[in-house]
Design a protein around this ligand. Sequence first.
Ligand code: HEC
Ligand code: HEC
Ligand code: HEC
Ligand code: HEC
Ligand code: HEC
Ligand SMILES: [Ca+2]
Ligand SMILES: [Ca+2]
Ligand SMILES: [Ca+2]
Length: 381
Amino acid sequence: MNKRTFLVLLALIAAVLVGWVVWSSSQAKATPVDANAIGAQWWGSAHADVESEAFSHWNGEEVAEGAELPAVPPTCAKCHSTSGFVDYIGGDGSEAGKVDAPGVVMQGVQCSACHNSAAATYTDVTLASGIVINAGTDAVCSTCHSGMGSGPDVDKNKLVVAAGAGADDTVLEKSSLMGAHYAHAAATHAGTDGKSGYEYAGKTYVGTFLHDEKVNQCTECHDPHTLHMVNAANSEDTLCATCHSNVKSYEDYRNVPGKVDYDGDGQVEPIAAEITGMETLLKAAITKYSAEKLGSALGFNFDAYPYAYIDTNADGQIDETEGVFANGYKTFSPRLLRAGFNLMFSHKEPGAYVHNAKYVLQLMYDSIEDLGGDVAGLTRP
Ligand code: HEC
Ligand code: HEC
Ligand code: HEC
Ligand code: HEC
Ligand code: HEC
Ligand SMILES: [Ca+2]
Ligand SMILES: [Ca+2]
Ligand SMILES: [Ca+2]
């Protein structure tokens, strides 16, 4: 099947689903819903962007005999395909809690991922840390947006285990950066209740972020179809404006006035900027520690996998010649893996400032301190 046929088929499937969802919701309540509007909103969202890397990463793989499109392996299919997600929650009649069959590329997150009989009663989400949280009506969103790795995985890494307790500054040959994957909003939101960051022994961490009773659930802020912020009632302004008067639209989300100078630069900035400041300090602490203690400086290019590279000329930047796959950083120590994990945990969840800012600030502060960095001017939330 070529791509055009596939997309036409996808449109047809969506149309049938629109009909089905509208029919089943009309059984439940009398008010008619504008299904065309909902369909259009969904088509414009990231969930429908079937050509994005998240849904087409496997396009180059071999097509199995009898299949028409390449498969998404079961470990990835839960979050990267509609069929894999429905399989995971048991909406296709298969065992719940596990993906039994590979998913299919370029499905996106279709109507049927969220609108099926299993989704309606699905509440308990197993995070990457193994901890189960009762996410209530957030469970569907939280399953795909909780990441693929957790802080405790660092200490379970076989190289770290082999090095033994107390070998925090030992070089682990052929090691690589560990992270929590991407857009793991539910993992940050849960804070220490989800144990998703690398939490240092003897420190305490904030739990689930209780923002305000009207904005604690994913879909109280995110429209489930456009994924954008919902508007305040009878207004063109974003919902945020009801409580943060300067936040009218997209450009302003990050500009809620802050209260504390966490990163110690002498300015009380909005908390999103304090997080960026803390990331910069953690990056610098990582580069300094790796150069001094491990003999080769670690630098980052967050846009190019595997993100961690040898900063050959130790200028704190990864330039084009350094940021190549073959120059990936491979000589982490256990201490460096922990700090690198927390940096990635913050950076790859760009909405952390609103999902649970204090949790990522605490994690990064502790990483800077553990690396022997200077925390004298910083404030730990
Ligand atoms: C718990 C859910 C989850 C699992 C499991 C998961 N991913 Fe993802 N992944 C995501 C989400 C969510 C994104 C989207 C991030 C974004 O674009 O905002 C993503 C993005 C990606 C991207 C795109 C990154 C980019 O820079 O655009 C790749 C590639 C990827 N994942 C590979 C994988 C592979 C390979 C597996 C299986 C080994 C996997 N993922 C398993 C949730 C998951
Ligand atoms: C990522 C999950 C997700 C996807 C994908 C999704 N929906 Fe929804 N949809 C929801 C949630 C959550 C609600 C709100 C349910 C509630 O309020 O009880 C909802 C509500 C609805 C409603 C009822 C609206 C109302 O005002 O009562 C309709 C109709 C609907 N969706 C149709 C669709 C169609 C058609 C598609 C595909 C084009 C789709 N949905 C895709 C999550 C999703
Ligand atoms: C089956 C897995 C799955 C489910 C369920 C799911 N998402 Fe997503 N979501 C993804 C993936 C994968 C992406 C990345 C899509 C892309 O890159 O085009 C994404 C993208 C997003 C984005 C945009 C991210 C960006 O970088 O622009 C938001 C916001 C979002 N989802 C919120 C939600 C909400 C809210 C819900 C619940 C109503 C939800 N998601 C349910 C997998 C899922
Ligand atoms: C207080 C409102 C609010 C709540 C509650 C909320 N979000 Fe968000 N979310 C935002 C804002 C604001 C952004 C950033 C949008 C931007 O900058 O484009 C965002 C960004 C995202 C993104 C895309 C980028 C990223 O950081 O990953 C995803 C995915 C996401 N949220 C998922 C969720 C999920 C899942 C939940 C529930 C566990 C949730 N959100 C709860 C407001 C909220
Ligand atoms: C119903 C009222 C209400 C709405 C709506 C609301 N907020 Fe808030 N917000 C608050 C309150 C109250 C606080 C202070 C919470 C605290 O300090 O623990 C807060 C704090 C914050 C903070 C600082 C977080 C921190 O950890 O210190 C940010 C950032 C923020 N809001 C962003 C947003 C954004 C973006 C939106 C819209 C998507 C939004 N808020 C919608 C009431 C609201
Ligand atoms: Ca299954
Ligand atoms: Ca500051
Ligand atoms: Ca350099």
